[in-house]
Design a protein around this ligand. Sequence first.
Ligand SMILES: Cc1cc2nc3c(=O)[nH]c(=O)nc-3n(C[C@H](O)[C@H](O)[C@H](O)COP(=O)(O)OP(=O)(O)OC[C@H]3O[C@@H](n4cnc5c(N)ncnc54)[C@H](O)[C@@H]3O)c2cc1C
Length: 394
Amino acid sequence: MAQGIYTDAHQSIRRNLRQFIEREVNPRRRELEDAGQTPRDLWKRMGELGFLGPCYPEEYGGSGADFLTACVITEELSRCAVSGFAMGFMVHAEMATPPIHFMGTDAQRRKWLAPAITGEMVFSLGISEPNAGSDVAAIRTTARRDGDHYVVSGSKCFITNGTICDGVVLAVKTDPAAAPPHAGVSLLVVEKGAPGFKVGRKLEKIGCLASDTSELFFEDCRVPVANRLGGEGEGFVAIMRNFQRERLIAAVGFVAGAEEALEMAIKYARERDAFGKPIHKHQSVRHLLVEMATETELVKTFVQDQCVKFSGSVNDAVAGGEGGEDLTKTISMAKYRAAELTEWITDRALQIHGGWGYMKEFPISQAFLDARAGSIAGGTTEIMKEIIGKYMGL
Ligand SMILES: Cc1cc2nc3c(=O)[nH]c(=O)nc-3n(C[C@H](O)[C@H](O)[C@H](O)COP(=O)(O)OP(=O)(O)OC[C@H]3O[C@@H](n4cnc5c(N)ncnc54)[C@H](O)[C@@H]3O)c2cc1C
């Protein structure tokens, strides 16, 4: 049934994904979290079911769906009981492959986007480095032109899908001396197996356990010039453009995570007795749950408003939108506020669980740890505030 901003068709996709997760993913929770990554068979199933990039055009295997379809998928992935199950897919479908679509040639799209949509190829997005995260223009990985190849040297850090990926959309400096520095940034697709491309450590995280996060090394790695997305020096603007979709999708996932944690807290508060009555009958617990529900509803309304405005607008690089207002300021607000909401809700929901909230057997303990990445990954809360401040003329 249609609900809020979502149509019957969106809700039907939601039901299908929920069913898939309940039947084929949640029962494998221990296996995925212990492995620290999501196995290929689930990537292929996600592709078969049409959940890896439905917004891309049909000619590349997508279904030309609207942005709200991606939102519904994000919400359901974010409710999965497996810690971090959503992260790898969201990075692949909503962060790494969009530049291939909006910057790539038809041949590049057929080579990389089409198999990414079926789940045959997994992609990562390599921007952050050991010494440059927030300050994207300060990256040090270089790509020196040598005939019809680039010679790439440097390293990347915190790369989601880094271990399992078949290709990385890599931010490099093709002109390290460019002024301003961001004018020297370009994007290359580097495929696994390229000489000199090595995967380093799989980093051990406290949350998002079923998603792998790795170091990548490039030692005189030869990459064909034909693997460049767009022109030399166009990488930084593309990354900033891509951030709008990525950050809004992230905000949608955070709100879904907050709702899930709130439900856990309400269920526990009804079941747990203290001083002769269920704990939700104690006014401070009841009021806390009311505050949690109110804040979640407020942030959800704001985030959904952005989603409706975003669909097909100038901000939506995947849809190639040209109209509508620039949403950079309000998407930055949505990303920072939704991330902090989820952190607060999971923290308070854990508190309502008392001692059991601190025990691994209660899912709220893992949800609390998973939520903590929200105000760091994809642009920190502080950087979101810097962007908002700039738009406010401060
Ligand atoms: C789970 C996870 C997955 C990730 N996946 C990816 C991925 O797939 N690809 C990828 O490229 N990166 C990925 N990242 C990296 C992520 O984008 C960076 O961690 C993030 O951008 C912050 O960069 P940093 O860690 O270098 O912190 P820094 O930039 O060193 O920042 C450290 C602290 O200083 C603050 N700070 C920095 N500059 C300012 C400023 N101007 N004003 C105020 N405060 C400031 C920051 O807000 C932060 O609190 C991932 C990170 C995590 C945790």
